[in-house]
Design a protein around this ligand. Sequence first.
Ligand SMILES: [Zn+2]
Length: 340
Amino acid sequence: MSPPPILLVVVDTEEEFDWSAPFARDNTSVHAMADIHRSQEICDRFGIRPVYVMDYPIATQEEGWLPLKEFVEDGRAVIGAHLHPWVSPPFIEELTIANTFPGNLPAELEEEKLTLLTRQIQTVIGKKPKIYKAGRYGFGPNTPAILEKLGYEIDLSPSPPFDFGPGHGPDFSRTSNHPQRITPGGGIFSFPATGDYVGRWATSRRHAHRLHRLASTPLLSALRLPGILSRFRLLERIRLSPEGHSPDELERLTVALIRRGLNVFSLTLHSPTLRPGCTPYVKNKEDLNRFLKTLGQYFHFFINSLGGIALTPLELKMRLEALTPHCGLAMHNLNETTSP
Ligand SMILES: [Zn+2]
């Protein structure tokens, strides 16, 4: 019998900002945190303890961190760090698009920003974070060594199958959805945010990526080709998130990836989505109800229909270490190492 699938729930916990406006250092409002209980209560119903990866504006304003501290003290959630460099001191770098990805910063500055954020989280929550997620998923070449130095154990940054390269970010188009060890000593694990291509034409990741890129060119996009491919279930790009996806899409992705040998799933969302008007995914009360319903429906599917279990990232790490105590960089005997 195959082992039950495992679910992580990751909440990018951050300030509200207009996703289409330029980045600004003074954009630090965290009023939407008054609504964070909405998704937490759904997690509670299924015994899920989400991880709130919190950024500097959250960690420095009581209305941001206090609800999280209460969840943690009640044993309902765990915390991690989320580095948005443009609102995380020290403010030395020029404010450019490239510099909004922490992994693009000089190593010393990336380290300094994460050091201050780590300390601040420890001060307000009373626990040192051991889980990291790069802002805008900007994991860079210096990130593993910095995480190791600061005592982190888990990175949640990779976001397959997305390629943020054209916008100065990392390319995850070839990144596997499987857990990986990312440091030479094997002490830090990476658990990607689950996402992939599914559908009849998604015969391999590379083929699907090429096809999707072609369909997304301005001409074919204007002809609505991506929508047509999706409607006929030929090719869909789905991230395991209730943001912009229906329960059916999330279930299709999950079933397809289980068939491909994936056993660990990571569902992600953003804290401001819980307040209408704060992200593009939830514009009004109706959207919010649909969003919350999708979340509950997916948890029901994963836990009750699939017989899956929910773990925190550190619990998952402990399990994987017990299974592969002396393993090197990859987890060959746990899962397939490449997903299509
Ligand atoms: Zn973020």
